[in-house]
Design a protein. Structure first.
Length: 217
């Protein structure tokens, strides 16, 4: 099974150094991962140094409860700096308060900024009920976003196969699925892909698939 082209090679830990970013980007180029997912502050520098590398970054990360205007600015800046993909955390407080209209409005607004660039919506499944997950599958579909994503990797749990199967049942045909958080073995990688994940967000793929050292979350 070809796996690297499904991997968002991710390095988002708080104390990430420039040297670690370079190593991570070199790995992404060498192994032809789908993209490299890095902190926003490094996007412009990486775009300059790696013009052919697909760059993903995050907005509203990792808690999601910043104002929509802030997420919009973060997204615009990330695209201006050279990002081709944006992973945005929804406002989970809106979900818990039943304000699904606000969740839809926010995603729609950010997708409008992204245009043809890819927008992945992180719903942070570990905090949600099954009914909330299903409702968000429908909202992400309606919003026009490109992906629904399980987790930030910073919550109290990560992706589960059950959630990928649930997404597969309830998202529209044009919405892809990204599994992220807690995927630590080759068997995990293969199982999530077989369950329906189009992308896997992990810092561990290079180490798992080649035995070489990869950076941690």
């Amino acid at each position: 099974m070809e796996i690297f082209n499904r991997i968002d090679h991710t390095l988002l830990k708080a104390a990430t150094s420039r040297e670690e970013i370079k190593t991570h980007c070199d790995e992404a180029v060498r192994y032809k991962t789908a993209c490299v997912c890095i902190p926003p502050v490094y996007v412009k520098e990486v775009f300059s140094g790696y013009p052919n590398l697909v760059i993903c970054t995050v907005t509203g990360f990792p808690l999601g409860y910043s104002h929509t205007s802030v997420k919009a600015h973060e997204t615009s800046r990330a695209l201006d700096d050279g990002a081709s993909e944006v992973d945005m955390v929804i406002n989970i407080t809106d979900v818990k308060n039943g304000h699904y209209d606000l969740v839809l409005d926010e995603i729609t607004a950010v997708k409008k900024i992204c245009g043809e660039k890819i927008l992945k919506i992180i719903i942070e499944t570990c905090y949600l009920t099954e009914d909330e997950k299903i409702r968000l599958c429908r909202i992400v579909t309606e919003s026009g976003a490109d992906f629904i994503k399980t987790s930030t990797g910073f919550g109290n749990a990560g992706a589960t196969l059950a959630d990928i199967r649930l997404f597969k049942q309830h998202v529209g045909p044009d919405v892809k699925i990204k599994a992220s958080g807690g995927i630590k073995t080759r068997e995990d990688l293969e199982a999530f892909i077989n369950a329906g994940a189009d992308r896997i967000g992990t810092s561990s793929a290079v180490k798992l698939l080649t035995g070489n050292t990869a950076q941690g979350y």
